[in-house]
Design a protein around this ligand. Structure first.
Ligand SMILES: [Zn+2]
Length: 111
């Protein structure tokens, strides 16, 4: 998991009272969300939890909505990016070459 990923919503099911999470303790709502790739995901929410409009599809990372036939548009120009993609975006190729050369030189003990 990349450290820069924002976690959407609050995590349920991993409360401090783990043993109370089993069985029929708190009422839960399982809400289905669908992404543009027709993946269905069913996170469960505590009865009092606020259900978000969208949920990140765990399979492809697209936003998923509660309307199966009208899923949210796959991302406003920020699809899943690798760390390298971010680095490339921030730096010119020349910078990258220089950094790489320096790193290699360090590895070889030349610096
Ligand atoms: Zn998906």
């Amino acid at each position: 998991m990349a450290s820069g990923n924002a976690i959407r919503g609050s995590r349920v099911g991993a409360g401090p009272m783990g043993e109370a999470e089993r069985g029929e303790s708190a009422p839960r709502n399982r809400i289905s969300f669908w992404c543009a790739n027709k993946h269905e995901t069913k996170p469960s929410f505590a009865a009092e939890a606020v259900i978000p409009d969208t949920w990140d599809c765990p399979r492809c990372g697209f936003p998923a909505g509660q309307d199966e036939h009208n899923p949210p548009a796959p991302s406003r120009n920020e699809p899943y990016k690798t760390h390298l993609a971010y680095v490339r975006e921030r730096r010119t190729d020349a910078d990258g070459e220089a950094i790489l050369a320096e790193a290699l030189a360090k590895l070889r003990g030349e610096i």
